[in-house]
Design a binder for this molecule. Structure first.
Ligand code: ADP
Ligand code: MG
Length: 272
């Protein structure tokens, strides 16, 4: 799972705090003392109540905003350097496709912007569309696709430059449960194929458990990490996993951590 080409963690967040000044001296302590290291190839989910700072943390990692204090690194570089070097792909809750561009042209966009030559671009987009099961829709426009399909286009686009890191903020939030589970399985498969590390924000406990190597549980006001639960679900994430006793155990452990219940289940997971 871990990449041998880069010894630095995919993401390193050390003692990061973020305070928003909201005018007239008012402040929001969105994040306080966040420490988190994500290994190359590791899948980590952030889960916590609304407003606990999940999106803020994602935005800091992506260098879309800056921390009040602390350090953030992506593959050993500053967040800013990593952004300029396009070291990661981003997929957020809204697919964010350009409606006037076809599916192919949307996925091609990052490659286009970086001057990848035409034949290479074409081959890469074919590969990506096949990966997300949309080969037959290359020439359609976003509004001709279902929400789930649009989201898959956005994910294909995020993967266009083979990023070793993906930042995904509630990417499946708008999908129905069936599509959502299909997308989870696809994401898991794509990550296994590409070896990408993922930081994934979700409100769904089963989704976090199904996808993650570790689940990071956060609390609000100020946003803090309260528990980090390794999932230790060996082997492939197949649909069968969703029916297994260990899966339900992990779901309970995350739920208890999230609700601040005694962490007996959670500790059981950690000691395994
Ligand atoms: P989450 O994604 O976990 O729901 P956010 O990271 O969006 O939470 O927000 C965390 C806290 O920071 C919330 O209280 C939110 O209102 C506040 N916040 C986020 N962005 C800003 C901003 N640009 N200005 C002021 N407050 C903000
Ligand atoms: Mg959010």
């Amino acid at each position: 799972m871990s990449s041998s080409t880069n010894a630095a963690p995919a993401v390193r967040v050390a003692q990061v705090s973020k305070t928003f000044r909201t005018g007239k001296g008012a402040q929001v302590h969105a994040l306080e003392d966040i420490d988190l290291e994500i290994a190359p190839g590791e899948f980590v989910s952030l889960i916590g109540p609304s407003g606990c700072g999940k999106s803020t943390l994602m935005r800091l990692i992506a260098d879309l905003d800056s921390a009040t204090s602390g350090t953030l690194e992506v593959f050993g570089k500053t967040a800013r350097r990593a952004r300029l070097d396009q070291d990661y792909g981003i997929a957020f809750q809204q697919a964010g496709l350009l409606p006037w561009r076809t599916v192919r042209a949307n996925v091609e966009l990052p490659l286009d912007l970086h001057g990848t030559e035409r034949a290479t671009r074409r081959a890469r987009v074919d590969e990506l569309l096949s990966l997300v099961g949309l080969s037959d829709f290359a020439d359609k426009y976003p509004d001709q696709l279902s929400g789930g399909m649009q989201q898959r286009v956005a994910i294909a686009r995020a993967f266009a430059e083979k990023p070793k890191l993906l930042l995904m903020d509630e990417p499946f939030g708008a999908l129905d449960e069936m599509t959502r589970e299909t997308m989870q399985t696809e994401l898991e498969r794509i990550c296994a194929e590409t070896g990408a590390a993922v930081v994934f924000v979700t409100h769904s406990i089963p989704e976090a458990v199904f996808l993650s190597d570790r689940v990071v549980v956060m609390s609000a006001r100020p946003g803090r990490i309260t528990t980090v639960l390794p999932m230790d679900l060996q082997g492939e994430r197949t649909e069968d996993l969703r029916e297994e006793a260990t899966f339900f155990e992990r779901v309970s452990a995350v739920r208890e951590a999230l609700h601040g219940a005694p962490h007996t289940g959670a500790r059981g997971v950690e000691n395994r």
